[in-house]
Design a protein around this ligand. Structure first.
Ligand code: CUA
Length: 182
């Protein structure tokens, strides 16, 4: 009779069933596969941005962008300068409530270092219709090595809520195919 005062019969000293050992083995093996994928995918997956990020004074970044605009401006569209930087150069894009400056005119198949930063609050860089997303943070200069692979007109849509003008914050990147490139 069980009075409730005696401990129940244990079974843990019996050897594990074959099926249980098999499943523990499969689970352990899968853990090892996932563990190996972390460093492997970091190196082989090609999904990591080639970013260099460092601190920057927001005003200094704005001044650098203005200098960049003065040096390479080729036109103007609705009050926003259009800038055509030389191949391989450092390209500066500034997010501010609620615009992107300047409009960038880039060449297909040519590498640039695209710098992103904000002068006020967090903005989101989303290149439409390509699914490219980056945080644009005041105080940080985010430098990305980019090579446009498609010619066309692209929009930079802010995808980080940044105030009442957030939905109006649209910029532009023009990629031209001059048949050249490497
Ligand atoms: Cu900038 Cu939303």
């Amino acid at each position: 009779m069980n009075t409730g005062m005696e401990s129940p019969q244990g079974v843990w000293w019996k050897p594990a069933h074959r099926a249980e050992r098999l499943w523990v083995g499969i689970a352990f093996g899968w853990c090892m596969v996932l563990f190996a994928m972390m460093p492997l995918w970091h190196l082989k997956g090609g999904q990591n941005p080639s970013g260099i990020r460092h601190r920057v004074n927001p005003q200094a970044y704005a001044n650098r962008t203005d200098e960049f605009i003065r040096t390479y401006q080729v036109a103007e569209e609705a009050g926003i300068p259009v800038v055509e930087p030389p191949p391989g150069s450092d390209v500066y894009l500034l997010g501010a409530m609620w615009s992107w400056r300047p409009i960038l005119k880039l060449r297909k198949g040519v590498e640039y270092t695209l710098h992103l930063s904000s002068v006020d609050v967090n903005h989101g860089f989303n290149l439409y219709p390509i699914n490219l997303n980056f945080q644009v943070i005041p105080g940080y200069d985010y430098g990305l090595r980019v090579t446009p692979t498609e010619a066309g007109d692209f929009r930079i849509v802010c995808n980080e809520f940044c105030g009442v003008g957030h939905h109006l914050m649209v910029g532009k990147v023009i990629v031209v195919d001059d048949g050249g490139g490497p």
